[in-house]
Design a binder for this molecule. Structure first.
Ligand SMILES: Cc1cc2nc3c(=O)[nH]c(=O)nc-3n(C[C@H](O)[C@H](O)[C@H](O)COP(=O)(O)OP(=O)(O)OC[C@H]3O[C@@H](n4cnc5c(N)ncnc54)[C@H](O)[C@@H]3O)c2cc1C
Length: 604
């Protein structure tokens, strides 16, 4: 039996983004021994890319805001498939988590009287996003890291977890390898928190970082944990579309929050023609009112550009299909027009949106203070994920917790912008707290070395096949094309069936993947090892998409274009059957307490 470098922890956190760091800080503060593994270097987790801000009803800019409005907005955005308890906890606890971040050193933008400044974002009734220009994720990661490294947390950077280890029903650690040297690592822990982020790299056009291969969801699924809401994948309406090398790169919703408007090739603000009924009363019906809203006029209603992402993305697609798109297949997003209203517009744009200004100037040679941007939808966020208990964040596997984008429940069928960063803080903290309690209450579990040896053997197989095996990069790229074309922003039964066939074929090829070279920083090997997660989550997204025969939130079916009330009564759950295949079941949406029902009514 080979020897593996072994590490022992009370709580092992997988992921060093906002959720993982916040969980690690909380567990460590509870006095247990905490280790963090992360695929990338510390400071490079995907959270660092977050731009617009974190949603918390502090009421600093509009004192009508409070947790009740935030709760109602989140539920309406999620089309009432959200776990209402998570939405309640999130709305109530987000302000305290933001203030805590500030106390740990985060330098938020300020109101004139020195409070944390909050900006408008899609689907939020009032200005709610605490932000640091358009670099909020960077500040969040910097602050959490600074705080975390002084707590004695042990970090294992550039280390990928390949499998979770079980002792009977319970999760007792994980096994992986360090990416730099290619050596195996065994992590023995009383509790494990997954905070691995999303699945965007299963698609071709994505705003997501290379880490987003769905590992946490796949690890949990193979360990026997239930997944939920996997059909709900969010396409952000505004990604760069030109030049080709940056296709998919995000253009923050903050641009629209600051007054940016969407126009088609005829110069028309097409969103005014398509305002969903349930948002009509809270949406401006003329351009002037929309502008006044973005400038803080409390009597004005939001412009239609700030409707929810699912809706805006579909309207853009419709314009392009109808031949009213921009030269490179998107539409125009224009913030430069505000010079008609503001004397110092160029300086204002550079101050409020510095990253966007540089992004377009350097990558596309466009000066956004002078000309419109070309944009189109890009895959952005995974609403679905690991099913968890709302209060403790424990999955259906004892000892296994999940927080952040890899968890499911808070966002239902569609996430509101800004609700992810606050999700990371609220539920990262809770996951860390309850994982520490679990670790205290349970003894060390037993590691079954046959599970470890089997994982190691499987991981090394691609070397045995060498150049004669399938090229892992080709398999990955064909999967991305399949998901983009057949399980994308608009879905159909026949196309998703074709996707399932293609995924089955790609699974066969992935099992024959071969690579050359040695174990030291071998990107071919890393890609070969990522394939299992990518294929697992892609199959599950497709199965869940087939099951939901209606259109709701991020899931739009061309063959079932309407919302069907009977599909609003359950979430789709996926478990691993004894033969290894995913099985799909329905779990009824839990009835909401009367008090919360009233909160929704009073905010309609
Ligand atoms: C460009 C962009 C802008 C955004 N802006 C905003 C915004 O303004 N507001 C907002 O609310 N949301 C925003 N989002 C969404 C938000 O940033 C993410 O949902 C959030 O950061 C996810 O955080 P996380 O902690 O769950 O995961 P991440 O920050 O992605 O961290 C995942 C961690 O898990 C590690 N990991 C993954 N797999 C493994 C493995 N197998 N083994 C070991 N480690 C692993 C990774 O290396 C990483 O450390 C934005 C997203 C993008 C793409």
């Amino acid at each position: 039996m080979p020897e593996y470098q072994t590490h022992e922890f009370d709580v092992l956190v997988v992921g060093a983004g906002g959720a993982g760091l916040r969980a690690a800080i909380e567990a460590s503060a509870a006095g247990v021994k905490v280790g963090v593994v992360t695929k990338s270097l510390l400071g490079k987790a995907h959270t660092v890319m977050a731009e617009g801000g974190m949603a918390a009803a502090m009421g600093n800019v509009d004192d009508r805001d409070n947790w009740r409005v935030h709760f109602a907005d989140t539920m309406r955005g999620g089309q009432y498939l959200n776990n209402w308890r998570m939405a309640e906890l999130h709305a109530k606890e987000a302000p305290a988590r933001v203030h805590e971040l500030e106390a740990w050193g985060a330098m938020f933008d300020r109101t004139r009287d020195g409070r944390i400044l909050q900006r408008n974002f899609g689907g939020h009734r009032y200005p709610r996003l605490a932000h640091v220009g358009d670099r909020t994720g960077l500040e969040m990661i910097r602050t959490l890291q600074d705080h975390g490294v002084h707590q004695g947390i042990e970090f294992h950077m550039e280390c990928t977890l390949l499998t979770l280890l079980k002792d009977g029903e319970r999760c007792v650690g994980g096994f992986g390898y360090d990416r730099e040297r290619g050596r195996f690592r065994l992590f023995h822990a009383k509790a494990v928190v997954l905070a691995t982020g999303g699945i965007g790299r299963a698609y071709q056009i994505t705003s997501n970082s290379w880490e987003y291969t769905g590992d946490g969801l796949s690890l949990a699924f193979h360990a026997g944990a239930a997944l939920m809401d996997m059909e709900f994948v969010q396409f952000h309406p505004t990604g760069m579309i030109w030049p080709p090398s940056v296709k998919g790169l995000l253009v923050t919703e903050g641009v629209r929050g600051e007054g940016g408007v969407l126009r088609n090739s005829e110069g028309k603000r097409f969103l005014f023609d398509d305002i969903p009924e349930n948002y009509r009363s809270s949406t401006a019906d003329n351009e002037d009112e929309g502008w006044r809203y973005t400038q803080g006029d409390k009597s004005a209603r939001r412009p239609p550009e700030l409707l929810t992402r699912d809706h805006v993305a579909r309207c853009i697609r419709r314009e392009v299909k109808a031949g009213r798109g921009s030269p490179h297949g998107g539409v125009f997003l224009d913030i430069s027009w505000i010079k008609e209203r503001l004397p110092n517009a160029a300086e204002h744009i550079k101050k409020k949106l510095p990253s966007m200004y540089h992004q377009f100037k350097q990558l596309a040679d466009i000066d956004i203070t002078k000309e419109p941007m070309e944009i189109g939808p890009t895959i952005h966020y995974m609403m679905g994920g690991i099913r968890v208990d709302a209060d403790s964040q424990m999955s259906t596997v004892p000892g296994l917790f999940a927080a952040g984008e890899c968890g499911a429940g808070l966002h239902g069928a569609n996430r509101l912008g800004g609700n992810s960063l606050s999700d990371l803080l609220v539920f990262g903290k809770r996951a860390g707290e309850f994982a520490a309690i679990y670790a205290r209450e349970n003894s060390v579990g037993r590691i079954d070395m046959s599970q470890v040896d089997e994982a190691a053997r499987k991981a090394l197989e691609p070397f045995d096949r060498g150049a004669a095996g399938e090229n892992p990069f080709t398999v990955q790229s064909e999967l991305q094309e399949t998901m983009q074309e057949l399980v994308g922003i608009v879905r159909r039964e026949d196309e998703m069936q074709r996707a399932l066939e293609a995924i089955a074929e790609l699974k066969g090829r992935a099992a024959r993947a071969g690579i050359t070279g040695n174990r030291e920083y071998n990107t071919g090997w890393h890609t070969a090892l990522d394939l299992d997660s990518l294929l697992t989550v892609s199959e599950i997204v497709t199965l869940a998409g087939l099951e939901r025969k209606e259109s709701r939130g991020g899931h739009f079916r061309d063959d079932y274009p309407d919302k069907d009330p009977k599909f609003g009564e359950f979430n789709i759950r996926i478990d691993k059957a004894p033969d290894g295949r995913p099985i799909v079941t329905h779990v009824p949406v839990q009835p909401m307490p009367e008090e919360l029902r009233q909160v929704i009514e009073e905010n309609k």
